[in-house]
Design a protein around this ligand. Structure first.
Ligand SMILES: C[S@@+](CC[C@H](N)C(=O)[O-])C[C@H]1O[C@@H](n2cnc3c(N)ncnc32)[C@H](O)[C@@H]1O
Length: 454
């Protein structure tokens, strides 16, 4: 293999794109990742990092352009770390996402020749997010509200993000005026000083209700009356809360909340169901695609009306309620107390009685349900966070062996790892990716697992 020299320029043919938006090419047998390059392109790069078998190149010039390259609509694309695919045509993004899932299932799961269906995309992939988290800080000596730059905590000012709800522009503008007028300092990570850390917003896509959550360092946000007055001028604001997070951490939210205006939660609908959503509860960020996702989960579950279903990692009971209309009884298990409170209320609001929500870890609660309380699940739904299922839960599954498992995953790598652990007993019958996070490298996947007959 030829010797590669850092800071030297090379011409590279790109043959793939990874989840971070890096084109993948080769110089000889040496793999080079080039931020912003796309397959079917030939690019001139400067080699900026050289490892043993791979390196990173800085894109200098596109010599041959990929047919799927398109003009990014956002003016801070690449400076902001939010999106990584705005330079790629939307239908090509969807194909890439199916490929990411297939690659993970093959590479990590060890599954060969697995059929992954085409990723279901959105008709309009813009302004789809119902939740925004704006870090607040100082950048270039000025107050900054926006998103972190890629791989850093520098904040890029973003006032009109194309994947967020447009109401956020008005909210950010109110905070800029408020903090300037009363000289309220943004949080400084390095010195652990200042007050305002994040502005988190949630918008009900059907109800239009808006929740504003101000995350602060310390115990007091001064002049809240003035803040409430200004925010209320934005017509759709229905509740404003303060979240207290005084820990040196990357986690956005702390565990304590106080309500300074309204009821402390918003309502929204997914399909026919109405949901109460609190600041600390998980709620899927793309309401339009959530409806699609849950319908697939329901179809995969193939319920006839006499089944017992366990919905592990149930959040505020969204999938559980969808399943309840076709099942005999549904148990939902969730670790966050506020989410379980929401779930119980959500069942009541929707007049659903064939359902019970249990607070606790799935890996601890479900073994007790199945082994001590004699519950025999016909269908088990798994929708864990990015880290996937706890090994104790997988061990329990392999003992109880429910006939069907519907696995909903937001991380193809941990999905593949968990499926591999179950592969001796379960056949992967269907794999359906759904684009919940347009223009980013993330993809949601629903998998149907059916138990082998032995
Ligand atoms: C990806 S979300 C899915 C929530 C819900 N199914 C939905 O579609 O909105 C994962 C949920 O698992 C919860 N969670 C995390 N670890 C858990 C555990 N060990 N046991 C039970 N729930 C857990 C989180 O609080 C979160 O609500």
């Amino acid at each position: 293999m030829m010797e590669l020299i850092k800071n030297k320029e090379y011409l590279v043919r790109i043959f793939d794109v990874n989840e971070n938006g890096f084109g993948v090419g080769k110089i000889d047998d040496f793999i080079v990742f080039v931020d912003g390059a796309i397959y079917d392109e030939t690019v001139l790069i400067k080699l900026v990092k050289v490892k043993k078998s791979f390196g990173y190149g800085k894109l200098l010039k596109i010599v041959r352009t990929s047919p799927v390259r398109t003009e990014p609509v956002c003016d801070v694309f690449k400076r902001c770390g939010g999106c990584c695919f705005q330079h790629i045509d939307y239908s090509a993004q969807l194909k890439l996402k199916s490929k990411f899932v297939k690659d993970a299932l093959e590479r990590i799961g060890g599954f060969r020749d697995i059929q992954v269906l085409n990723t279901i995309g959105m008709e309009n992939p813009y302004n789809y997010r119902n939740k925004a988290q704006f870090p607040v800080g100082v950048f270039d000596g000025k107050l900054a509200f926006g998103f972190y730059q890629p791989r850093s905590h520098n904040i890029v000012n973003v006032s009109n993000c194309v994947i967020q709800n447009t109401v956020n522009e008005k909210i950010i503008s109110v905070f800029k005026d408020f903090m300037t007028r009363f000289n309220i300092k943004p949080y400084d990570e390095k010195n652990h000083s200042g007050i305002v850390r994040h502005i988190v917003t949630r918008v009900g896509s059907v109800t239009g209700e808006v929740m504003v959550c101000v995350v602060i360092n310390g115990k007091k946000l001064p002049h809240t009356d003035a803040l409430v007055e200004s925010l209320r001028e934005i017509s759709r604001i229905s509740t404003i809360v303060i979240n207290y997070n005084s820990v040196r951490t990357n986690a956005v939210l702390g565990s304590d909340i106080s309500i300074i205006y309204g009821k402390g939660f918003i309502y929204d609908y997914i399909g026919e169901f109405k949901f109460e959503i609190s600041p600390l509860s998980f709620f899927q960020v793309n309401s339009v695609q959530t409806c699609v996702l849950y319908q697939i989960a329901l179809d995969f579950a193939g319920l006839r009306g006499d089944e017992t279903v366990i919905d592990a990692y149930c959040g505020i009971g969204t999938i559980s309620l969808f399943l309840s209309k076709k099942a005999k009884f549904v148990f939902g298990v969730e670790i966050v107390p506020q989410a379980v409170e929401n779930a119980v209320k959500n069942a009541r609001i929707n007049n659903v009685s064939n359902i019970r929500f249990i607070l606790g870890k799935s890996e601890e609660v479900i073994p007790v349900l199945c082994e001590s309380q004699g519950v025999i699940p016909d269908v088990l739904v798994l929708d864990p966070p990015r880290k996937g299922c706890d090994i104790k839960l997988i061990e329990m599954i392999l003992e109880v062996l429910p006939p069907k498992i519907v696995y909903v995953s937001c991380n193809p790598s941990t999905l593949a790892r968990d499926l591999r652990l179950m592969s001796e007993n379960y056949n992967i019958s269907k794999v359906q990716p759904v684009d919940m996070f347009c223009f980013t490298g993330h993809v949601e996947t629903v998998v149907l697992l059916t138990k082998y007959r032995k």
